[in-house]
Structure formats: C-alpha cells, structure tokens
Design a protein around this ligand. Structure first.
Ligand code: KET
Length: 408
C-alpha cells in the first residue's frame, strides 16, 4: 500500500490530468539529448556572458562571429514551427495555449509524413496499421510502408457520382479494428478534389472517437481549397476541439510557392508540456539519423511572412487570388466542354475543390491527349487546374472534347 500511495500522492500536486493518463503518448520515454547538437542546445540556454561553445563543428573567425547559415536545431527554426502550428490549429487552440503541441520542422509535407510514419511505427502503442482513402496521393503508400506501417484502404470516392462515397467511408471506419490509424486529407483531397462537408467531417470525427481511431491529417493545401486558411483548417480544428489527439503533416510548398525550398512541419497534440517535451525529444531521435537538421532558408521566408502583419495580409490575399483563379478556370473548362457538346456529365469540374480535378478521362484518353495533342496529365485522369490559364484553356477544352468524342 505504502509503495503505491507515494507516487499517487506525487501525482496530485503535479496535477496530472485525466487527459494525461489517457494520452496516446503517456508511455513515450524522454530521449537523451544528441551528443553533439545537444551541446548547442545547452549552450544556447546558458545566459552567462563568458559562455563558449566548443561542441559543434562549425567554423568561427577570430571574432567568433556567428555565421548566418549555421545549422538549425534538429526540430528546426523555432519561430517557424510556432507560426506553422498557429496557422494550422488557430490561435485559440487549447493544446496550443497549453504549450502541448509537439512539433518539428520537416522536409516539406513529404518529410512531415515520413517523420510521422516513423514516429508512429516506433511509439504508437496500438496496431501499426494506417488506413488511406481510396484513392489517395500516390506517394502515401510508399511513405508509410517504408516507415514501417502496414497500409490498408478505406472507401472514399464514388466513381458513379464522381463524389464522396460517404456511406462507404462511414461503414469502413466502423469496421476498422479499434485504435487503427486513419489518414485524412485535411482539405483539397488529392487526386479527387472531393472533400467532406463540415457536417460530414463532424460525423467522421464522431465515428473516429467511438472507434478510438487515431487521426493523422495531411494538410498540403491549406488556403488552396477555399482561399481562406481558416476555412480550410476546419477539419483539423474541429477534431482538436472535439478532444481527439491528432498528428498533422503541413506543407508550405503550394500555399507559399516554396516547393523547392522544402518547408513543412510535423506536429502531434499531447496531454501537457511535460509530455510534449518527451515526444519532442523522441522526434529529434527520429530526425537526427535521417537528415540531421532541416534547411534554413525556406523556413526563414515562411516565418518572416507569417510573423509580420503586413506581409501576412499580402500573402493571404495572394492565396485567395490563387484559389479564385483556379475556380474561374473550373468554370471556363466546364462551360467550354458543355458548349462543345462533349458527351458526359461535367458538373464535377466545378464542384471539386482545390488544385486538382479528377476529370473522369480514361487512361486511353489521357494517352491520346499526350500523343496527339501534347497535353500531359497523370493516367488516372487527374489534372492540375493551376496548369490552365486564359491562353491555353480553349485549346485544352477542345482537345478534351475531341478525345472524348474519339476524334483525336
Ligand atoms: N500531401 C499531398 C496530399 C500532396 O498532394 C503532396 C504533393 C504532398 C503531401 C507533398 O508535398 P511536398 O512538396 O513534399 O510538401 N503533391 C504533388 C507533388 C508531388 O507529387 O510530389 C502532386 O500530387 O502533384
């Protein structure tokens, strides 16, 4: 009795909440600091003016000048990760306010998914199966398979309605083994351009809660779907408000045009700051042997834009313009195809959301478009709407119309 009552007595003053006891990550042990980069962390935390860092192998001149391009910490630029988390979760997010979001910068969205996959493979305490929507982004399966997870699918897209197979999706969620991991596209589903409505997201959240599934969001297009970063974060923010612990992969490739700079973030909501620290210590141990630490330049650009009121407003206006230009191309394409008497139903072109349209073109049609009309798209008939503009939309529409009519 004595042995049990002592630790319990210690728990109360530390205010270990019910949430912490139930947290997915309660058993993640604190990892040791990195033998080299951990020295820099300790050096940075030291406030003594006499301090000298002889840890990391980074050249200094006679005046010990601190070069502008030195290594970032393993988890990246702190101003950037803070701003990224705020953009995704919203300023008023409870785990954000409680300093309970573990986060690391990543090599764009792909790297975020890969860190997440590796972390889950190592620490997720339940089944290591992740369910992807069918279809999903082509790289999801290899990313999670190479991370050490088993990959399965759930129904998502209905070919006959060219829309969401909501009944199939719900049934598949309900039939998953409890505590499975579920990958969700936060907005602008790739490749279909079909998203659940807010009401449907709420139902999905309820089922995921009932089945104790673990939601992993891929948010590669925040702002691209509706033109509003807040609107596009609805699903992520609703899940967090509803009490889910989530994983989140963010990319700044598309919404900031930073594709080649590889700017992204991976985060996990945790129970409290103590758990967050343990989880982050293990994220470092996942990252360090993969690429040591992330690139600096793009993260600086993103954090400068996100951290400055004027630049933020200007950027958000540009995101809105990009989304609206894509939407206007959807209308032009739809109207052209209908005006040219193209056989079939083309309403999905305008009802789909985000960067992509799943046109419904068949593989032979996509091949003939490439061979005869020099128009290239993935063989599943997905087109990036952003590749269309007022100069090429008429040529594209005519060519598609001819391909469907068998006249190319
Ligand atoms: N998730 C989704 C859903 C996605 O479409 C992409 C990229 C990514 C993550 C990763 O993006 P990153 O650049 O790593 O931040 N998709 C486009 C590019 C690609 O395939 O690499 C695409 O589907 O065309």
């Amino acid at each position: 009795m004595q042995a049990f009552s002592r630790p319990l007595a210690r728990i109360a003053p530390r205010n270990l909440s019910r949430a912490a006891a139930l947290s997915t990550w309660s058993a993640v042990p604190a990892g040791p600091p990195d033998p080299i980069l951990g020295v820099t962390e300790a050096f940075k935390a030291d406030k003594d003016p006499r301090k000298i860092n002889l840890g990391v192998g980074a050249y200094r001149d006679e005046n010990a000048t601190n070069p502008d391009k030195e290594y970032l910490p393993i988890t990246g630029l702190p101003e950037f990760t803070k701003a990224a988390v705020k953009l995704a979760y919203g300023e008023d997010s409870i785990p954000l306010q409680h300093n309970a979001i573990a986060v690391t910068q990543s090599i764009s969205g792909t790297g975020a998914l890969r860190i997440g996959g590796a972390f889950l493979a190592r620490f997720y305490p339940n089944t290591k199966t992740i369910y992807l929507p069918n279809p999903s982004w082509g790289n999801h399966t290899p990313i999670f398979r190479d991370s050490g997870l088993e990959v399965k699918q759930y129904r998502y897209y209905d070919k006959t309605t060219v829309g969401l197979d909501f009944a199939g999706l719900k049934e598949d969620l309900k039939n998953m083994p409890e505590q499975s991991i579920v990958l969700l596209h936060a907005c602008a589903h790739n490749p279909t351009g079909v998203d659940p409505t807010p009401e449907q997201w709420i139902e999905i959240s309820d089922i995921i809660q009932e089945k104790k599934l673990f939601p992993f969001f891929d948010m590669a297009y925040q702002g691209f779907a509706s033109g509003s970063t807040t609107h596009d974060a609805f699903a992520v923010r609703h899940f967090v408000k509803a009490g889910h612990q989530i994983a989140l992969a963010q990319s700044f490739a598309k919404n900031m045009g930073l594709y080649g700079e590889r700017v992204g973030a991976f985060s996990l909501t945790t129970a409290d700051p103590e758990e967050k620290a343990r989880v982050e210590s293990q994220l470092k141990i996942v990252v360090r042997p993969m690429y040591s630490n992330p690139p600096l330049h793009g993260a600086r650009i993103a954090s400068t834009v996100l951290g400055n009121h004027k630049l933020y407003k200007e950027w958000h206006g540009e995101v809105e313009n990009m989304a609206n230009r894509i939407i206007s191309m959807r209308h032009r394409l739809h109207d052209n195809l209908v005006a040219q008497g193209t056989p079939g139903e083309w309403k999905h072109i305008t009802s789909q959301i985000g960067m992509f349209s799943f046109t419904g073109l068949t593989q032979p049609q996509t091949k003939v478009l490439a061979d005869k009309a020099h128009i290239y798209m993935t063989s599943d008939g997905r087109i990036s709407m952003a590749g269309l503009n007022s100069h090429n939309i008429d040529y594209f529409s005519e060519s598609v119309s001819k391909a469907v009519k068998g006249l190319l």
